[in-house]
Design a protein around this ligand. Structure first.
Ligand code: FAD
Length: 521
């Protein structure tokens, strides 16, 4: 793979823009694929057909799939979305509608070929007609528009000294986008994924019905939409659980050379009281110790680690975090020491950072800004995110990390691996996870170039084939499949329920065509 750092940034920007223009130029939107009666709707003036709007709606973070919609709706109120979906339902041949949050999917999941993409962020500018972000007087929850970014939720709730409990690693994602998947990070073992931290939702179904739902009211819709991949309804408001926000964090990283000791310590820590965050990642001898997503190590630490990498080839980093504030500032170091007692990392290879809570939560943004300044953000990102049952994680390490990734030395992106606990996921929700009490999140966050991303994708396929052959019952997170059979296998025992929910809430199969699920049915 060509080293991205050798390519001048302005060349990459030019290349990306010209490539996109050529795709869109060849596939101009066909307004004709929408019924002409659409021009008589109230939302008519909020539909855009210009190249800027179409270009944005046919691109996502993955930069691999480009589907051209017929139009893009820039709603100024929730009623606009309702009107559009109801109209599609009334057509003899309904057109597809996809909500686009911040477009950080990697395989076109928020796109709508020949349909209408709803640019949810447009509601942010018109929050008086939407939900904005409102913290309850009790301080127990915030009502948040589905179009809001998590970074804005954080900033708004911090004004009250409060914050949500469950996060993603990166905060420039919409509430509706992550709740349609699951939304998880290092806090999830303790608090559950973001979908487990929602009390109530407002949803526009595929029939255009506006419904409020919770565990007690319209519960079938509530469970359906959480992890429902945008296929069962568009989330316009979520009531998110809040708690007192800490001020600072102690962020500790420990290095291991033995994967089984590393995972044993990870599993020990998630069963220990007093820890708020746990993740893990891999270092390889052919990549730098710091990567765009994490510049944790100082230059002198980095050289120490490089010599260790020369010896071992692969190292494993365990990241744990202890929150603290003014009242606990005096005891936090002792608490960290206690958490480290009995852990078997390589002696001397433990590193600590002290950061504000906000800087810690917003850590990936620093990497994004650096990559953007080098023109390396808008490149193909053929990510593969897997959930691996604990019982097979050692086989996964040997077969995938060692025998495919390290041997082939193709990928330079971050490689994440950390355990999650099933007990904090609600099985009634649509999200799909492996059938074991503990399973591992594995994030293979590859970035490629427009010429070589397919090599990385071939490697992804090799990894999936290996798991299949070895009988490792992985589940994809942010799933991407090409056939109905694969989707049925993915959902497993939840498939029938998912189909029934689709028939109930979106019988004309209007929503979220970019997921490529019901197009095959
Ligand atoms: P989009 O890509 O715009 O949409 C995703 C899907 O949700 C589409 O099917 C879309 O139609 C649907 N959708 C969008 N808005 C709504 C709505 N309001 N109602 C119903 N359906 C809707 N995920 C994690 O869990 N943890 C992480 O730590 C994490 N880190 C990430 C870091 C980066 C840099 C990136 C690029 C992604 C990361 N993700 C992570 C994945 C991310 O959560 C998903 O890609 C998510 O869908 C992105 O949100 P979005 O607003 O960009 O959604």
């Amino acid at each position: 793979m060509a080293s991205p750092s050798l390519i001048p940034a302005h060349f990459i920007v030019f290349f990306v823009v010209s490539r996109l223009m050529s795709i869109i130029g060849n596939l101009r939107p066909s307004k004709n694929s929408l019924p002409c009666e659409i021009d008589s709707l109230g939302v008519h003036a909020k539909l855009r057909y210009d190249l800027d709007a179409i270009g944005l709606a046919s691109t996502d973070y993955g930069n691999i799939v480009h589907e051209i919609p017929s139009a893009v709706l820039y709603p100024t109120s929730i009623d606009d979305i309702i009107e559009l979906i109801k109209f599609s339902n009334e057509c003899p041949l309904p057109f597809n509608v996809a909500a686009r949050g911040h477009g950080h999917s990697v395989r076109g999941q928020a796109m709508a070929h020949d349909g209408v993409v709803v640019n949810m962020l447009s509601l942010k500018k018109h929050y008086k007609n939407g939900n904005g972000i409102r913290v309850s007087t009790s301080g127990n929850y915030a009502d948040v528009g589905g179009e809001q970014l998590w970074i804005d939720v954080l900033n708004a709730t911090l004004e009250h000294g409060l914050a949500p409990l469950s996060w993603t690693d990166y905060l420039y994602l919409t509430v509706g986008g992550t709740l349609s998947n699951a939304g998880f990070s290092g806090q999830t073992f303790l608090y559950g994924p973001q979908i487990s931290n929602v009390l109530e939702l407002d949803v526009i179904t595929g029939k255009g019905d506006f419904m409020t739902c919770s565990k007690d009211q319209n519960s079938e819709l509530f469970y359906a939409v959480l992890g429902g991949l945008g296929l069962l309804g568009i989330i316009t408001r979520a009531r998110i659980v809040l708690a007192k926000a800490p001020k600072r964090v102690k962020w500790v990283r420990m290095i291991y050379s033995d994967f089984s000791i590393f995972t044993r310590d990870q599993e020990h820590l998630i069963s220990t009281k007093g820890l708020e965050y746990l993740e893990g990642s891999l270092l390889m001898d052919y990549t730098p110790a710091n990567n765009w997503r994490s510049s944790f190590f100082s230059p002198s630490n980095e050289s120490q680690i490089i010599s260790l990498l020369k010896k071992h080839g692969i190292l494993y980093c365990l990241d744990m975090v202890k929150y603290y504030d003014d009242e606990t500032a005096n005891s936090v170091d002792k608490d960290v020491q206690m958490l480290q007692e009995g852990l078997n990392f390589i002696p001397g290879f433990t590193f600590m950072r002290d950061e504000t809570y906000v800087d810690f939560l917003n850590r990936v943004r620093r990497g994004e800004i650096t990559l953007k300044s080098k023109g390396l953000w808008d490149v193909p990102n053929p990510w593969l995110n897997l959930l691996v049952p604990k019982s097979r994680i050692l086989d996964f390490n040997a077969g995938v990390f060692v025998d495919i990734i390290h041997r082939q030395k193709k990928t330079t992106g971050p490689l994440l691996v950390f355990p999650l606990t099933k007990i904090v996921w609600d099985d009634k929700m649509s999200a799909v996870v492996p059938d074991e009490d503990i399973f591992y999140s594995v994030g293979l966050l590859h970035s490629g170039s427009f010429n070589d991303w397919q090599d990385l994708d071939n490697q992804n396929n090799e990894i999936l084939e290996f798991c299949d052959r070895a009988g490792i019952k992985i589940k994809q997170y942010l799933p991407h499949y090409k056939s109905k059979e694969e989707w049925i296998k993915h959902f497993g025992p939840k498939w029938n329920t998912f189909q029934e929910r689709k028939a109930q809430f979106d019988p004309r199969m209007i929503l979220s065509p970019g997921q490529n699920i019901f197009n095959y049915v």
